[in-house]
Design a protein around this ligand. Structure first.
Ligand SMILES: [Zn+2]
Length: 89
């Protein structure tokens, strides 16, 4: 497989940034508790999340499988969608 970056172009607004939306995430972080209620939080740990969809960062256009009209949430499908819908020239 090539390592070339695929170009995403939003069909709706022509923006070129794609975002991945995850859902059902459990977010946790280390915490240090001080008596004066000044809690210090460590690095965020995200667990148990699942991808909900891929969408345009600008307008929220959601990538869908045209055949079944369902949200695309698999990496392979995203690659396929971009190749089929965005000019790579
Ligand atoms: Zn857009």
């Amino acid at each position: 497989m090539s390592e070339e970056l695929l170009k995403f172009v939003c069909p709706s607004c022509k923006h070129t940034k794609l975002e991945c939306v995850e859902t059902n995430a459990i977010i946790s972080y280390e915490v240090e508790v001080y008596e004066n209620e000044c809690f210090e939080y460590g690095e965020t740990i995200i667990e148990d999340s699942e991808i909900d969809c891929f969408q345009c960062l600008n307008c929220g256009y959601v990538l869908k499988n045209k055949e079944f009209n369902v949200k695309i949430n698999e990496n392979k499908e995203v690659i396929k969608w971009i190749k089929e819908n965005c000019s790579q020239l």
